[in-house]
Design a protein around this ligand. Structure first.
Ligand SMILES: Cc1cc2nc3c(=O)[nH]c(=O)nc-3n(C[C@H](O)[C@H](O)[C@H](O)COP(=O)(O)OP(=O)(O)OC[C@H]3O[C@@H](n4cnc5c(N)ncnc54)[C@H](O)[C@@H]3O)c2cc1C
Length: 321
């Protein structure tokens, strides 16, 4: 019996979401009186032993060229092998893009109950009950898992990273890696330096910007904050911005530490994709805009006046010209 945590990496680096699941999985292991172990697929360039600070005792690394890019079928197969070898009874993923692709497949393969979108530690005193977010964060469900193997996909930003002392034993795991049915031939970044789903800070804008020619001030602010850019759906539909920037119910769901919404009204379908952000700042000229109800901080004002001033103030604070 052990808790196995999938440690997600990008370009060799451990993602922040993985630190959250490592901390979470270690706590679950503590609750169950067992140990937490991590699994890393591909060539991680980071010091994996250092992940012991987040509570894992062992890291199983499967370093194989076929694992350089996520292939959900191949990853599922390999993780199943690691789970069998380690006798994992609880397997934890981040409910991010990779976790959403792998966890359901692994659940089917291992005949394991899966709770995706978990937001809290499981209650283990009487059974195994996981609290999850439902209806785009409007409600919570408590789900009891009865299968021998249990899989949890934890929502990003739902659990605090806890860093302590310690070092993990890094072990090479000799897996049989199946030949992928598809092959990634080329990867080119869509835009900007910071991927939207991984960004700590997101600067997002809506129809209040009037047209694509005005996005310069949004990009300047994003650059000053080292943030990713996003947009509301009508903006993407009108081709003012690319579709991969569209956040919301029908777009990407994100959970950055800081979400700055500029000239966005705050329709429920937009909020559905951003309401897990830790801090929300709204800039809108209409004091009655619904977004202010969801905001931690609000600026009532014209974006064309407020945003350049904000960018200048941030640059001054950072000592950048
Ligand atoms: C089934 C369905 C799914 C949907 N999915 C999504 C989704 O995933 N994501 C999404 O975003 N929407 C989605 N929508 C659309 C959603 O309902 C809203 O229509 C949309 O979010 C509004 O976009 P907006 O806030 O950019 O534009 P608007 O509603 O037009 O709001 C523009 C805002 O800008 C402000 N403004 C104007 N000028 C300025 C200025 N100079 N300075 C500051 N503020 C200014 C206005 O006061 C206003 O609040 C969906 C709708 C449906 C029916």
């Amino acid at each position: 019996m052990s808790v196995l945590i999938f440690v997600d990496t990008a370009e060799g680096h451990v993602k922040k979401a993985s630190l959250e699941v490592l901390s979470y999985g270690a706590k679950v292991a503590e609750q169950l009186g067992t140990t937490a172990e991590g699994v890393v697929l591909g060539n991680a360039t980071e010091d994996l032993a250092a992940l012991g600070k987040f509570g894992v005792k062992k890291i199983h690394q499967v370093n194989n060229e076929q694992l350089a890019h996520l292939d959900a079928q191949v990853y599922t197969n390999v993780i199943a092998q690691v789970a069998a070898a380690t006798g994992a009874t609880v397997i934890v993923f981040s409910n991010n893009v990779d976790g959403k692709a792998i966890a359901p497949r692994l659940s089917a393969k291992l005949k394991a109950g899966l709770v995706s979108g978990a937001v809290a530690l499981p209650e283990t005193a009487n059974g195994f009950i996981v609290k999850k977010s439902v209806f785009s964060g409007k409600a919570f469900a408590h789900v009891s898992i009865h299968s021998a193997i249990k899989i949890i996909a934890l929502n990003p930003n739902a659990y605090q990273v806890t860093e302590g002392q310690g070092s993990a034993e890094v072990m090479a795991f000799n897996a049989t890696v199946p030949t992928p049915k598809v092959k990634v031939t080329n990867v080119s970044k869509a835009s900007g330096e910071v991927p939207l789903t991984e960004a700590e800070i997101v600067v997002s804008a809506g129809r209040g910007m009037k047209g694509p020619e005005n996005w310069g001030i949004i990009e300047d602010l994003a650059k000053a904050l080292h943030a990713a850019t996003a947009c509301s759906r009508p903006v993407a539909d009108a081709h003012w911005r690319p579709h991969h920037e569209h956040v919301g119910q029908t777009g990407i769901a994100i959970a950055p530490n800081l979400y700055i919404a500029i000239g966005i009204s705050g329709a429920i379908q937009h909020l559905a994709g951003v309401n897990r952000s830790k801090v929300i700042v709204v800039i809108n000229k209409d004091p009655e805009a619904p977004f202010f109800k969801a905001a931690d901080y609000g600026i009532v004002g014209d974006a064309f006046e407020v945003v350049p001033q904000l960018t200048a103030a941030i640059k001054k604070l950072k000592g950048v010209a």
